[in-house]
Ligand binder design. Sequence first.
Ligand SMILES: [Ca+2]
Length: 83
Amino acid sequence: MYIYNQKLIKMSEVLITAIFAACLLGGVYIYAYWATTSGSLEDENQNFIPDSWEKNFKWLFTGKTVIMLILGLIIGYLIGAST
Ligand SMILES: [Ca+2]
C-alpha cells in the first residue's frame, strides 16, 4: 500500500509538471506568434519565430508538434491511469 501511494504521488507530480510544461510552451508559442505578427519582435524571415530566439530556441519551434504530442500522451496516459 505504501509503495502504491508513493507511485501515485510520483505520477501526479509528473502529471502536474507535464501540464505546466504544456501551458508554458503553449504560452511561449502564442507569445512568439503574437510578438512576430504585431512586430514587437523582429521576424525578417517571417516564420513566426522571433529572430533573436532562433539561434538558441529554434528546436523548440521546429519540434513543436512532437513536443506537444509527447506531452499530450503523457498527460492523457496519467489522467487515464489515475482514474
Ligand atoms: Ca524568424
